[in-house]
Design a protein around this ligand. Structure first.
Ligand SMILES: NC(=O)c1ccc[n+]([C@@H]2O[C@H](COP(=O)([O-])OP(=O)(O)OC[C@H]3O[C@@H](n4cnc5c(N)ncnc54)[C@H](O)[C@@H]3O)[C@@H](O)[C@H]2O)c1
Length: 326
């Protein structure tokens, strides 16, 4: 019996696929490779295809005797989602509905879904728990909220789901041979690495006049390997008969942009050129998770800190200055 990992050639999916195989579980990845890399998977089985292609999904389910799914496949760039909304609704929402239809036809009834803390928009308070209102502020975040809703409604069709609302995924595999592609992300840690390795001249800090301790924005950075472990816990929870659930995945620890910069300089011993510019529209001052539910129900907690996030990302970029080969 096999775990199907959609989008498993991407950043978080490839780390999760690696962890599952290290644990002796059988996995198969379904990915278009549009934004993922074969080299991220070593010898893990990969089917190159689209989750919206029901024939392919059906074939994979039957051939590998798929028993559960981790559904990472999606587009994730907030800015792009605002200029190409139909593409985002098509790939993130319509394709997810098509995927679930094929899964149910093949009697696959357990799914773990990559949602995002972006569904909270600008939360009223931090830490944020799962009861906070869902108020997406981008098409991307709306697509995540839509799929959460759809999966919840699909309980009636026999599906059980865990929607994991990730906070900020960061860092790289401890081996230094897997990590995030800095050409395809707007996230802070890869941009910091770009500056350190000279692919960008200076880090732009968007505002230092927020009502936070040092004036810069505060976020919750979760190591990608901890995130991978959260998926294993979610799969095991569903396999043991757990009911559908929506859960934050964060450390519960807020880190400011300036703290992250200082940690980078301390870990790498290198100066990080930066300049302060104005606030970015729609950036909340502080967003970090209340991880109580994840701890209580799934028994998960983050075990890697900010130092490990920075040092692992640095190791990856140092060894792979051009990322994976295309
Ligand atoms: N990276 C983060 O900080 C973060 C935060 C919150 C949520 N998420 C969500 O987690 C998931 C994984 O994120 P990531 O950072 O690994 O992204 P990623 O872009 O590295 O990986 C996504 C993968 O999905 C594949 N894909 C996209 N559409 C597909 C389709 N229709 N059929 C098959 N494959 C398809 C891409 O080729 C890529 O390999 C996404 O759903 C993303 O929205 C990410």
């Amino acid at each position: 019996m096999t775990i199907l990992i959609t989008g498993g050639a991407g950043y978080i999916g490839s780390h999760t696929a690696r962890l599952l195989t290290e644990l002796g579980r059988d996995v198969v990845v379904l990915d278009t490779l549009e934004r993922g890399y074969r080299d991220a998977l070593n010898d893990i089985d990969l089917v190159v295809g689209d989750i919206a292609d029901q024939r392919t999904v059906g074939k994979v389910c039957r051939k590998y005797r798929v028993e559960s799914v981790i559904h990472f496949a999606a587009y994730k760039a907030v800015g792009e989602s605002m200029t190409e909304p139909l593409r985002y609704y098509q790939n993130n929402v319509a394709a997810s509905i098509s995927l679930v239809e094929s899964l149910l036809e093949n009697e696959v009834t357990r799914i773990v879904f990559s949602s995002s803390a972006a569904v909270y928009g600008t939360p009223d308070t931090a830490p944020v728990n799962e009861d906070a209102p869902v108020r997406p502020e981008s098409v991307y975040a709306q697509t995540k909220a839509d799929v959460e809703r759809f999966l919840g409604a699909s309980d009636a069709a026999g599906l059980t789901s865990v929607c994991l609302r990730y906070f900020n995924a960061a860092g790289a595999h401890e081996s230094g041979d897997m990590g995030e592609d800095w050409s395809a992300t707007e996230n802070l840690v890869p941009v910091v690495m770009k500056v350190l390795f000279g692919a960008q001249t200076s880090l732009e800090v968007f505002g230092d006049d927020y009502p936070t301790a040092d004036g810069s924005c505060v976020r919750d950075y979760v190591h990608v390997s901890d995130l991978a472990d959260a998926h294993v816990k979610a799969l095991d929870y569903l396999a043991s008969g757990g009911k559908s659930l929506i859960c934050n995945v964060g450390t519960g620890q807020g880190t400011s942009v300036k703290q992250l910069m200082a940690m980078t300089e301390s870990v790498t011993g290198r100066a990080l050129p930066h300049h302060i510019t104005g606030r970015r529209a729609g950036d909340p001052a502080a967003v970090f998770a209340d991880p109580t539910l994840m701890r209580a129900v799934l028994g998960w907690r983050a075990t890697r800190d900010l130092r490990e996030i920075i040092s692992s990302a640095y190791r990856w970029h140092e060894r792979h200055p051009d990322g994976y080969d295309r």
